[in-house]
Design a protein around this ligand. Structure first.
Ligand SMILES: [Zn+2]
Length: 62
């Protein structure tokens, strides 16, 4: 569960696919991340979540 950085409202997040399953607020430029924007239903703030591979699957990054 993540919460809005602006107002604190909790929101559900879902992986964009079966490969990118680890969520982070921070973009790691050494890895391939999928950027997903979640618009807060309460205040409209755009919360950006970066989805990365599981650490055990580095070879999947193509
Ligand atoms: Zn909000």
């Amino acid at each position: 569960m993540y919460s809005c950085l602006k107002c604190g409202t909790d929101f559900e997040i879902y992986p964009p696919d079966d490969i990118h399953v680890v969520a982070s607020r921070i973009e790691d430029e050494t890895s391939h991340f999928v950027k997903v924007e979640h618009v807060c239903k309460n205040c409209g703030y755009v919360n950006v979540i970066y989805w990365g591979h599981r650490p055990s699957d580095p070879a999947w990054d193509t």
